[in-house]
Design a protein around this ligand. Sequence first.
Ligand code: CAA
Length: 257
Amino acid sequence: MAYNSILVETRGKVGLVTLNRPKAMNALNAELLHELVQAVLSFDAEAGIGAILITGNERAFAAGADIKAMSDATVTEMLTGSFVELFDGLRKVKKPVIAAVAGYALGGGCELAMSCDMIVAAENARFGQPEVTIGVIPGAGGTQRLTRAVGKAIAMEMVLNNRTLSAGEALLYGLINRVVSNERYLDEALALASELAERAPLAVRLGKEAVNKAYELSLSEGLEAERRLFYMLFASQDQKEGMQAFVDKRKAEWQGK
Ligand code: CAA
Protein backbone atom coordinates (compact mmCIF):
# COMPACT_ATOMS: atom_id res chain seq x y z
CA MET A 1 0.00 0.00 0.00
CA ALA A 2 1.44 3.38 -1.01
CA TYR A 3 0.98 6.29 1.38
CA ASN A 4 1.46 10.04 0.84
CA SER A 5 1.55 11.46 4.36
CA ILE A 6 3.10 8.68 6.42
CA LEU A 7 6.02 6.26 6.16
CA VAL A 8 5.51 2.65 7.16
CA GLU A 9 8.11 0.02 7.99
CA THR A 10 8.64 -2.97 10.25
CA ARG A 11 11.49 -3.30 12.72
CA GLY A 12 11.51 -6.92 13.89
CA LYS A 13 8.10 -7.47 15.46
CA VAL A 14 7.33 -3.75 15.69
CA GLY A 15 5.22 -1.88 13.13
CA LEU A 16 6.56 1.67 12.79
CA VAL A 17 4.47 4.52 11.40
CA THR A 18 6.18 7.90 10.87
CA LEU A 19 4.01 10.97 10.28
CA ASN A 20 5.50 12.62 7.24
CA ARG A 21 4.33 16.18 6.56
CA PRO A 22 7.48 17.86 7.87
CA LYS A 23 6.86 21.19 6.12
CA ALA A 24 3.52 21.51 7.94
CA MET A 25 4.89 20.32 11.30
CA ASN A 26 2.97 17.06 10.69
CA ALA A 27 -0.35 18.89 10.92
CA LEU A 28 -3.08 16.27 10.84
CA ASN A 29 -5.36 16.43 7.81
CA ALA A 30 -7.92 13.90 6.64
CA GLU A 31 -5.49 12.14 4.32
CA LEU A 32 -2.86 11.69 7.02
CA LEU A 33 -5.37 10.45 9.57
CA HIS A 34 -6.97 8.03 7.06
CA GLU A 35 -3.55 6.64 6.23
CA LEU A 36 -2.47 6.45 9.86
CA VAL A 37 -5.56 4.53 10.94
CA GLN A 38 -5.29 2.22 7.94
CA ALA A 39 -1.61 1.48 8.59
CA VAL A 40 -2.11 0.90 12.29
CA LEU A 41 -5.10 -1.41 11.72
CA SER A 42 -3.08 -3.36 9.10
CA PHE A 43 -0.29 -3.88 11.63
CA ASP A 44 -2.90 -4.88 14.20
CA ALA A 45 -4.08 -7.62 11.83
CA GLU A 46 -0.57 -8.83 10.93
CA ALA A 47 0.43 -11.99 12.81
CA GLY A 48 4.16 -11.23 12.96
CA ILE A 49 3.66 -7.82 14.59
CA GLY A 50 3.42 -7.54 18.38
CA ALA A 51 3.44 -3.79 18.98
CA ILE A 52 2.99 -0.58 17.02
CA LEU A 53 5.00 2.63 17.26
CA ILE A 54 3.84 6.05 16.00
CA THR A 55 6.38 8.85 15.66
CA GLY A 56 7.01 12.17 13.93
CA ASN A 57 10.31 13.98 13.47
CA GLU A 58 12.73 15.83 15.76
CA ARG A 59 10.86 19.15 15.49
CA ALA A 60 7.29 17.94 15.68
CA PHE A 61 5.37 14.84 16.58
CA ALA A 62 2.36 16.76 15.25
CA ALA A 63 1.38 20.43 15.68
CA GLY A 64 -2.32 19.64 15.73
CA ALA A 65 -5.18 19.44 13.31
CA ASP A 66 -4.47 21.13 9.98
CA ILE A 67 -5.76 24.64 10.70
CA LYS A 68 -5.56 25.66 7.04
CA ALA A 69 -7.77 22.71 6.00
CA MET A 70 -10.26 23.49 8.78
CA SER A 71 -10.46 27.27 8.75
CA ASP A 72 -13.41 27.59 6.32
CA ALA A 73 -15.36 24.58 7.55
CA THR A 74 -19.03 24.98 8.39
CA VAL A 75 -20.71 23.29 11.31
CA THR A 76 -22.55 21.01 8.86
CA GLU A 77 -19.26 19.93 7.31
CA MET A 78 -17.77 19.32 10.73
CA LEU A 79 -20.82 17.33 11.83
CA THR A 80 -21.13 15.21 8.71
CA GLY A 81 -17.57 14.80 7.46
CA SER A 82 -15.36 15.72 10.36
CA PHE A 83 -11.94 14.13 10.21
CA VAL A 84 -11.86 14.36 14.01
CA GLU A 85 -13.89 11.15 14.10
CA LEU A 86 -11.04 9.39 12.33
CA PHE A 87 -9.20 9.44 15.64
CA ASP A 88 -11.77 6.89 16.88
CA GLY A 89 -10.24 4.32 14.50
CA LEU A 90 -7.29 4.03 16.88
CA ARG A 91 -9.57 2.81 19.66
CA LYS A 92 -10.12 -0.41 17.70
CA VAL A 93 -6.46 -1.43 17.92
CA LYS A 94 -5.87 -4.48 20.14
CA LYS A 95 -2.08 -4.52 20.16
CA PRO A 96 -0.11 -2.04 22.27
CA VAL A 97 0.56 1.30 20.58
CA ILE A 98 3.38 3.58 21.69
CA ALA A 99 3.89 7.21 20.72
CA ALA A 100 7.52 8.34 20.38
CA VAL A 101 7.27 12.13 20.73
CA ALA A 102 9.91 14.75 19.97
CA GLY A 103 9.23 18.47 19.56
CA TYR A 104 5.67 19.77 19.39
CA ALA A 105 2.73 17.58 20.37
CA LEU A 106 0.04 20.24 20.24
CA GLY A 107 -3.73 20.13 19.84
CA GLY A 108 -4.62 17.05 17.80
CA GLY A 109 -0.95 16.02 18.10
CA CYS A 110 -1.21 15.85 21.87
CA GLU A 111 -4.56 14.10 21.46
CA LEU A 112 -3.02 11.57 19.08
CA ALA A 113 -0.22 10.84 21.58
CA MET A 114 -2.81 10.44 24.34
CA SER A 115 -4.76 8.00 22.15
CA CYS A 116 -1.75 5.69 22.31
CA ASP A 117 -1.17 3.31 25.22
CA MET A 118 2.22 4.69 26.27
CA ILE A 119 4.25 7.79 25.44
CA VAL A 120 8.05 7.98 25.25
CA ALA A 121 9.21 11.58 24.94
CA ALA A 122 12.42 13.28 23.91
CA GLU A 123 13.75 16.02 26.19
CA ASN A 124 12.64 18.65 23.68
CA ALA A 125 9.01 17.46 23.60
CA ARG A 126 6.27 19.99 24.41
CA PHE A 127 2.70 19.01 25.08
CA GLY A 128 -0.19 21.46 24.81
CA GLN A 129 -3.79 22.12 23.80
CA PRO A 130 -3.55 25.57 22.19
CA GLU A 131 -7.00 25.47 20.54
CA VAL A 132 -8.19 28.42 22.67
CA THR A 133 -5.68 30.61 20.83
CA ILE A 134 -7.54 29.97 17.56
CA GLY A 135 -11.01 30.31 19.04
CA VAL A 136 -11.97 26.67 19.60
CA ILE A 137 -11.49 23.85 22.12
CA PRO A 138 -9.91 20.41 21.71
CA GLY A 139 -12.16 18.13 19.67
CA ALA A 140 -10.34 14.80 19.60
CA GLY A 141 -10.31 13.85 23.27
CA GLY A 142 -8.12 16.62 24.70
CA THR A 143 -10.47 17.74 27.43
CA GLN A 144 -11.26 14.14 28.42
CA ARG A 145 -8.02 12.16 28.16
CA LEU A 146 -5.88 15.02 29.40
CA THR A 147 -8.05 15.57 32.49
CA ARG A 148 -7.98 11.86 33.29
CA ALA A 149 -4.18 11.81 32.88
CA VAL A 150 -3.03 15.01 34.61
CA GLY A 151 -6.06 16.00 36.70
CA LYS A 152 -8.38 18.99 36.58
CA ALA A 153 -6.01 21.72 37.74
CA ILE A 154 -3.36 21.28 35.05
CA ALA A 155 -5.91 20.35 32.36
CA MET A 156 -7.83 23.58 32.99
CA GLU A 157 -4.66 25.64 32.60
CA MET A 158 -3.72 23.84 29.40
CA VAL A 159 -7.16 24.01 27.76
CA LEU A 160 -8.22 27.47 28.95
CA ASN A 161 -4.88 29.26 29.00
CA ASN A 162 -2.59 27.45 26.54
CA ARG A 163 -0.17 26.24 29.19
CA THR A 164 2.30 23.83 27.61
CA LEU A 165 4.17 21.08 29.44
CA SER A 166 7.83 20.24 29.02
CA ALA A 167 8.72 16.55 28.83
CA GLY A 168 9.83 16.68 32.49
CA GLU A 169 6.53 18.21 33.60
CA ALA A 170 4.55 15.73 31.50
CA LEU A 171 6.38 12.90 33.26
CA LEU A 172 5.79 14.46 36.68
CA TYR A 173 2.04 14.82 36.00
CA GLY A 174 1.63 11.27 34.70
CA LEU A 175 0.97 12.12 31.06
CA ILE A 176 3.91 10.15 29.69
CA ASN A 177 5.98 7.07 30.54
CA ARG A 178 9.55 8.27 30.20
CA VAL A 179 11.83 11.08 29.03
CA VAL A 180 14.85 10.21 26.92
CA SER A 181 17.57 12.31 25.27
CA ASN A 182 16.72 13.82 21.87
CA GLU A 183 19.21 11.45 20.26
CA ARG A 184 17.88 8.26 21.86
CA TYR A 185 14.11 8.69 22.14
CA LEU A 186 13.21 6.67 19.05
CA ASP A 187 15.61 3.83 19.93
CA GLU A 188 14.23 3.72 23.48
CA ALA A 189 10.65 3.67 22.20
CA LEU A 190 11.57 0.90 19.74
CA ALA A 191 13.22 -1.08 22.55
CA LEU A 192 10.08 -0.72 24.68
CA ALA A 193 7.86 -1.75 21.75
CA SER A 194 10.14 -4.76 21.02
CA GLU A 195 9.94 -5.81 24.66
CA LEU A 196 6.13 -5.69 24.53
CA ALA A 197 6.14 -7.59 21.23
CA GLU A 198 8.00 -10.49 22.89
CA ARG A 199 5.47 -10.88 25.70
CA ALA A 200 2.49 -13.27 25.82
CA PRO A 201 0.27 -11.75 23.11
CA LEU A 202 -3.11 -12.64 24.58
CA ALA A 203 -2.14 -11.43 28.05
CA VAL A 204 -0.89 -8.14 26.58
CA ARG A 205 -4.09 -7.76 24.58
CA LEU A 206 -6.42 -8.47 27.48
CA GLY A 207 -4.26 -6.42 29.85
CA LYS A 208 -4.71 -3.42 27.55
CA GLU A 209 -8.44 -4.06 27.35
CA ALA A 210 -8.69 -4.28 31.14
CA VAL A 211 -6.72 -1.07 31.81
CA ASN A 212 -8.86 0.77 29.25
CA LYS A 213 -12.00 -0.41 31.06
CA ALA A 214 -10.88 1.73 34.00
CA TYR A 215 -11.70 4.79 31.86
CA GLU A 216 -15.20 3.63 31.06
CA LEU A 217 -16.63 1.74 34.03
CA SER A 218 -17.37 2.11 37.72
CA LEU A 219 -14.94 0.34 40.07
CA SER A 220 -17.21 -2.65 40.68
CA GLU A 221 -17.98 -3.03 36.96
CA GLY A 222 -14.27 -2.67 36.17
CA LEU A 223 -13.27 -5.28 38.74
CA GLU A 224 -15.89 -7.63 37.33
CA ALA A 225 -14.63 -7.07 33.77
CA GLU A 226 -11.02 -7.59 34.86
CA ARG A 227 -11.91 -10.85 36.60
CA ARG A 228 -13.66 -12.20 33.50
CA LEU A 229 -10.67 -11.36 31.31
CA PHE A 230 -8.33 -12.94 33.88
CA TYR A 231 -10.39 -16.16 33.98
CA MET A 232 -10.58 -16.21 30.17
CA LEU A 233 -6.80 -16.51 29.95
CA PHE A 234 -7.03 -19.89 31.71
CA ALA A 235 -8.42 -21.21 28.43
CA SER A 236 -5.15 -20.29 26.67
CA GLN A 237 -2.11 -22.44 25.93
CA ASP A 238 0.02 -19.48 26.95
CA GLN A 239 -1.31 -19.59 30.52
CA LYS A 240 -0.39 -23.31 30.77
CA GLU A 241 3.00 -22.67 29.15
CA GLY A 242 3.77 -19.59 31.23
CA MET A 243 3.03 -21.21 34.56
CA GLN A 244 4.75 -24.51 33.60
CA ALA A 245 7.83 -22.60 32.43
CA PHE A 246 7.96 -20.85 35.82
CA VAL A 247 7.82 -24.22 37.60
CA ASP A 248 10.44 -25.71 35.24
CA LYS A 249 12.67 -22.61 35.67
CA ARG A 250 12.87 -22.05 31.90
CA LYS A 251 11.86 -19.29 29.49
CA ALA A 252 8.27 -19.55 28.25
CA GLU A 253 7.59 -20.00 24.54
CA TRP A 254 4.47 -18.03 23.64
CA GLN A 255 2.06 -19.23 20.98
CA GLY A 256 -0.50 -16.44 21.18
CA LYS A 257 -3.15 -19.14 21.65
N1 CAA B 1 -2.02 23.40 10.82
C1 CAA B 1 -1.57 23.78 9.62
N2 CAA B 1 -0.29 24.19 9.41
C2 CAA B 1 0.54 24.22 10.46
C3 CAA B 1 0.13 23.86 11.75
C4 CAA B 1 -1.22 23.40 11.92
N3 CAA B 1 -1.70 22.97 13.08
N4 CAA B 1 1.16 23.99 12.58
C5 CAA B 1 2.20 24.44 11.85
N5 CAA B 1 1.82 24.59 10.56
C6 CAA B 1 2.62 25.06 9.44
C7 CAA B 1 2.78 26.57 9.47
O1 CAA B 1 1.65 27.21 8.93
C8 CAA B 1 4.02 26.75 8.64
O2 CAA B 1 3.67 26.60 7.31
P1 CAA B 1 4.18 27.72 6.20
O3 CAA B 1 5.70 27.53 6.21
O4 CAA B 1 3.54 27.28 4.94
O5 CAA B 1 3.77 29.05 6.70
C9 CAA B 1 4.85 25.52 9.02
O6 CAA B 1 3.94 24.56 9.56
C10 CAA B 1 5.90 25.80 10.06
O7 CAA B 1 5.27 26.41 11.18
P2 CAA B 1 5.78 27.78 11.85
O8 CAA B 1 6.41 28.65 10.83
O9 CAA B 1 4.63 28.37 12.60
O10 CAA B 1 6.90 27.19 12.81
P3 CAA B 1 7.35 27.76 14.25
O11 CAA B 1 8.52 26.96 14.64
O12 CAA B 1 7.45 29.24 14.24
O13 CAA B 1 6.11 27.41 15.24
C11 CAA B 1 4.38 26.00 16.18
C12 CAA B 1 5.75 26.05 15.46
C13 CAA B 1 4.52 26.56 17.60
C14 CAA B 1 4.00 24.53 16.24
C15 CAA B 1 3.33 26.83 15.38
O14 CAA B 1 3.35 26.41 14.03
C16 CAA B 1 1.91 26.67 15.88
O15 CAA B 1 1.53 27.30 16.84
N6 CAA B 1 1.12 25.81 15.19
C17 CAA B 1 -0.30 25.66 15.50
C18 CAA B 1 -0.55 24.86 16.76
C19 CAA B 1 -2.02 24.76 17.05
O16 CAA B 1 -2.71 25.74 17.26
N7 CAA B 1 -2.52 23.49 17.07
C20 CAA B 1 -3.93 23.22 17.33
C21 CAA B 1 -4.65 22.98 16.03
S1 CAA B 1 -6.40 22.83 16.26
C22 CAA B 1 -6.64 21.23 16.76
O17 CAA B 1 -5.72 20.43 16.86
C23 CAA B 1 -8.09 20.83 17.04
C24 CAA B 1 -8.30 19.46 17.57
O18 CAA B 1 -8.42 19.26 18.77
C25 CAA B 1 -8.47 18.31 16.68
